[in-house]
Structure formats: C-alpha cells, structure tokens
Design a protein around this ligand. Structure first.
Ligand code: CDM
Ligand code: ATP
Length: 290
C-alpha cells in the first residue's frame, strides 16, 4: 500500500493545541511601542485543534490543513513557528504538518497562538533540538502575545503583554462557551479610543479573590450586538463574561450536566460548546507521552 506520507519520515500524531480563556482581563496601560500592558488570568480548556507531524530529512516545511483559504501559508503561525525554530537551531531537516482546525478563529480563544506553541513544542521534541522552554517561549512571543502561556502549559496569572507568568491553580469548572457570529480583530479593539486602558494595577492576591471582569467587554458588546446578545442569554444560566478581545463568551458551571442542559436550550441562531477548565494543558500531557 502506498504511504500518504513523505519518504523517510517519522510520524507523530494528535498533538493538541487547546483553547485558552482569559478568566479576567485588565488593561493597565500602554507601552511606548503601542502594545498594551495587561493583568490577566489564563486557563486552558479541553477543546483543541490537533496537529500531526512528519519529520523529514529534506529541509522543506509544508502545511496541510482544513483551513481552506482562511489563512494564507505566508501568514500561518504554524509555518512561522516552524521556520523560527529551524532558523534558531540551524536544524537541517524539515517537516510536513497536518492541522485539523476545530477552534473558531478570531474568537479570543487564542487558537492561532496555541497552534504556534504546539508546533514549537512538538518540533523541538521530534527534531531533538533541545531548546529550553523559556527560550521556546521567547521565540514564540515574537509570533503572538499569547504563545508563551501555551508553551508554559500551566494556568497562569500574567502581566506585561501576557508573557510574565506566575503559575496559579484556579478552580476547574465546566464552561459553556458561545461563539457569536462575529470576527473581532484584536488589533482594532486595542486601537479603539474608547477602550479603557488605565485600570489600576493590583497585586495578584487581590485580583484572584475579587470579582473577575474583562476590560474589553463593554466596548466589544457595544460594537458587536451578536456578542451582547450571547452574553445577555448566557448570564441567565451562569456567571458569564467575554474572553480576550472577544467574540467568545463563557459561563461557568459546577457540573458538566448543567452546562450541557444550558447548551441544549441555546437558540438556533447561536452556537457553542461545553468544555472543562484545565490548569494543565493537554499539550504538556501529550509531551510527557513521547
Ligand atoms: C488580548 C489577548 O488575547 C489576551 O490573552 C492577547 O493579548 C492577544 O494576543 P494576540 O492575539 O496573540 O495578539 P498579537 O497578535 O500579539 O497582537 C495583535 C495586535 O493587538 C495589539 N495588542 C496586542 C496585545 C497587547 N497586549 N496589546 C496590543 O496592543 C497590537 O496592535 C497587535 O498588533
Ligand atoms: N494557525 C492559525 N490558526 C488560526 N488563525 C491563524 C493561524 N495562523 C494565523 N492566523 C491568523 O490569526 C488570526 C487570529 O486567530 P486566532 O484564532 O488566534 O484569534 P483569537 O482567538 O482571537 O486570538 P487571541 O485570543 O490571541 O486574540 C486569524 O484571523 C488568522 O488570520
């Protein structure tokens, strides 16, 4: 039987790239380069993209995916991540990469950053290039502000642009995540003059114990009625808010059945999914299985 994979390749399958939620998100200032200073709490959920890797002796990096025309290869964070690692390590071989995209894009779930992180972690292991996690996070930060937390793989309180991480262990509830029919550009939200960008910085302990909110939520719900509608519906069932710069919103439930019952009531014009909060990323678990 003909193998669909390149000659002389080593296959390694089903590397998860999980979604993240920002359990709270405060914008505390703006740096000279325009980037915003944040205080945020990251947690992973067990809803993921999946990547397969085939290491090749030839130097090429090739991506196969179910993305269609949604993202050009030249913009895809997976290829950018693979190229960055190859450049940094001077690795001579290459890889064919298969992406099964399941996470909504532009939803504040960090899917692109997570794909990039999984690529860096998996290729570093499969190419045996032995780059340290902290160096991988540094390489990843150049690709996106959320990449370091996905490489770190543990729920974390974050400052800076999201790269200064302190591991924490919040509760791991079940979430009903609603995906409004809106693509919110992170850049547009951060450029909007109406974004509050001066929330006072607080110490981590106060932030973890006070009520959790998202500074981008008011602006995004004003600009996108779909997000406002999703949130108005969800708050009837559970404490709810937006993740990242939107568009997704999430409600917290103690038991999976409560989240599934609410999902079953979802109006026909909305869609969503139920997922478990995870303080350890499934990517770390996959790495340990190697
Ligand atoms: C809002 C969060 O989702 C919180 O987790 C992330 O900080 C966003 O991270 P991301 O999607 O990886 O964002 P990037 O691709 O790094 O940045 C997109 C654009 O948003 C703006 N941006 C992003 C992050 C940040 N802390 N300040 C910003 O002003 C910048 O104009 C940047 O060009
Ligand atoms: N592998 C990838 N998967 C998804 N998007 C990608 C990928 N590579 C590049 N992108 C680009 O990144 C953009 C943002 O995608 P992503 O799904 O990460 O958004 P997001 O969930 O809003 O992220 P964040 O929470 O970090 O703001 C996409 O619209 C797309 O143009």
């Amino acid at each position: 039987m003909n193998s669909p994979y390149p000659h002389k390749s080593i296959a390694s399958k089903s590397w998860p790239a999980p979604a993240k939620l920002n359990l709270f998100l405060h914008v505390t200032g703006q740096r000279a380069d325009g980037y915003h200073e944040l205080q945020t709490l990251f947690q992973f959920v067990d809803h993921c993209d999946y990547l397969d890797f085939h290491v090749t002796e030839s130097a090429e990096l090739v991506l196969h995916s179910n993305l269609g025309d949604a993202v050009a290869d030249s913009d895809n964070l997976i290829l950018k991540a693979a190229k960055s690692l190859k450049r940094y390590t001077q690795y001579k071989g290459g890889a064919h990469i298969w992406l099964n995209k399941l996470l909504p894009m532009g939803g504040g779930l960090g899917g692109g950053s997570s794909d990039a992180a999984t690529t860096l972690v998996a290729l570093n292991a499969l190419w045996k290039t032995n780059v340290s996690p902290s160096k991988l996070a540094e390489i990843g930060l150049a690709l996106g502000a959320d990449v370091p937390v996905f490489i770190n793989g543990l729920a974390a309180f974050a400052e800076g642009v999201g790269e200064q991480l302190i591991n924490v262990q919040p509760d791991e509830p079940w979430y009903l995540v609603i995906v409004p029919d809106a693509h919110v550009s992170t850049k547009d939200i951060f450029q909007d003059p109406d974004l509050p960008r001066n929330t006072p910085k607080l110490d981590m302990k106060s932030l973890l114990t006070q009520q959790w909110t998202n500074d981008c939520q008011k602006l995004v719900t004003t600009k996108y009625p779909q997000v406002a509608n999703a949130l108005s519906w969800l708050v009837e069932y559970a404490p709810s808010r937006m993740t990242g710069t939107g568009a997704c919103v999430f409600g917290e439930f103690t038991h999976s059945q409560q989240a599934l019952d609410a999902l079953a009531e979802l109006p026909a014009d909305m869609h969503g999914f139920v997922a478990k909060g995870m303080n350890k990323s499934p990517l770390l678990t996959r790495l340990e299985q190697l």
